[in-house]
Design a protein around this ligand. Structure first.
Ligand SMILES: [Ca+2]
Length: 162
């Protein structure tokens, strides 16, 4: 049943609050099995190689979306769970190639909370964004790439509060 699916990874929010990583007031919150909790959201690292559109479709089947990254803390949490040899789609695109970046949940694009690699974004034909690790700089960051390229992906959904 749906309940069993949700119940499997119930995380007591009170324990997170003790650790200083969450400000939620509710007593209990949960993420689906295999999803990782951070603040008020759950994240799923999809290792299926797909285009940006297919990746977003895959997230939406799970009632999620490609991840939005709002803060440095969120970026730091996410990269802990990624493989340095892979690239992962996120929910940021430039649909018209005019460098008008749009988050999939309509969050306003805030330049001061972006984590582009040095020299990126670099090409108006590259309209979808991945996060990956660059060995040349030893840094995690964002890069605009061609949307049809098959890559892994990060899905995000709101936690459920009981
Ligand atoms: Ca690029």
């Amino acid at each position: 049943t749906l309940w069993a699916w949700w119940h499997a990874s119930v995380i007591p929010a009170a324990r997170e609050a003790e650790a200083g990583v969450s400000q939620v007031q509710e007593n209990w919150s949960c993420c689906p099995t295999f999803w990782r909790p951070f603040q008020s959201s759950c994240y799923f690292i999809s290792t299926t190689m797909q285009s940006w559109t297919e990746s977003q479709k895959n997230c939406s089947i799970m009632e999620a979306e490609l991840t939005v990254i709002n803060t440095k803390e969120e970026q730091n949490f996410i990269i802990q769970h990624l493989n340095k040899d892979s690239a992962y789609y996120m929910g940021l695109t430039d649909p018209e190639g005019h460098r008008h970046w749009q988050w999939i949940d309509q969050t306003p694009y805030n330049r001061s909370a972006t984590f582009w690699h040095a020299g990126e974004p670099n090409n108006p034909d590259e309209r979808c964004v991945i996060v990956n690790f660059r060995s040349s700089t030893e840094k995690w960051g964002w890069n605009d790439i061609h949307c049809h390229l098959p890559q892994k992906a990060i899905c995000k959904m709101m936690k459920i509060y009981l």
